[in-house]
Design a protein around this ligand. Sequence first.
Ligand SMILES: NC(=O)c1ccc[n+]([C@@H]2O[C@H](COP(=O)([O-])OP(=O)(O)OC[C@H]3O[C@@H](n4cnc5c(N)ncnc54)[C@H](OP(=O)(O)O)[C@@H]3O)[C@@H](O)[C@H]2O)c1
Length: 275
Amino acid sequence: MIPSLTLNTGASMPYLGLGLFKITDQYTMDRTINDALSIGYRLFDTASVYKNEVELGNSLMYCGVPREELFITTKVWNTAQRIGNIEEALDRSLERLRLDYVDLYLIHWPVPGCYLDTWLKMEKIFRSGRARAIGVSNFSSREINDLLLHSDVVPAVNQIECHPLYNQEETRTFCAKNGITVQAAAPLARGTYLGMNNLTHLAEKYHRSEAQIGLRWIIQKGAGAIPKTVRTDRLLENTQIFDFQLTEDEIMILDSLNENYRISGIPEDLTTYLG
Ligand SMILES: NC(=O)c1ccc[n+]([C@@H]2O[C@H](COP(=O)([O-])OP(=O)(O)OC[C@H]3O[C@@H](n4cnc5c(N)ncnc54)[C@H](OP(=O)(O)O)[C@@H]3O)[C@@H](O)[C@H]2O)c1
């Protein structure tokens, strides 16, 4: 069973979930979700811009796992933020997902000039119960601080790219101080750090893969993670990170790999993004 952490809403969120970016055909979605559910995954991460909410909804429809056991995240895209129709954007996502509520609704990017208004609308959504928790993604501490100064609800989650090559120390520390859970997107840096010497050495010591060492580092930092894979063996491998512990010295070795290396792109239109 995948352990959970507790959000500032009091709800539980599994430490480990499945990222669904780029899984767009129904056959692959069905097979991946079925495999993931039988391995024990309950958290699935999508976004309106991934264009796969319909496929995820279809896969979940007859999956046999009760809705209350699932944890579904989706995100509001930048276009909806500019138009300002955040509630309608969530309604469209819920319709595509065939759900009455999502467990977590995130602002996908801090669109300059929009994200505070978006957050005030997200608060309404939270109060309506159509999102059991609301949060942000790709937000810097400065942008979160803006929300804290001008609104009532503290984001439950900040989903940010986070892995040993981009360890997000400052943002993670800020989030921890403010009761915001960090969830690591692209936690494997899409494979970039697999094969690095220090990781290989630790992988050999613990009889694990380099991916498992990287994911374990994230968990020991107190964050969640949502690696993506469509392979059954890797789905299982990525969950097998809760039965060993890296020492403090080993954590420091992984900390030293940081080079603020970002693998996921920033939307072209976010010209003032500084995070
Ligand atoms: N909020 C945001 O802006 C944002 C940005 C980026 C990502 N995300 C979320 O984070 C999720 C994960 O990020 P990501 O998909 O970009 O990258 P990732 O999870 O870091 O890496 C995925 C890649 O690693 C491979 N992989 C998975 N497990 C592996 C293992 N155990 N050993 C070796 N290779 C492995 C996968 O290939 P196979 O599928 O072939 O196994 C895939 O090519 C996304 O799906 C999305 O949900 C959010």
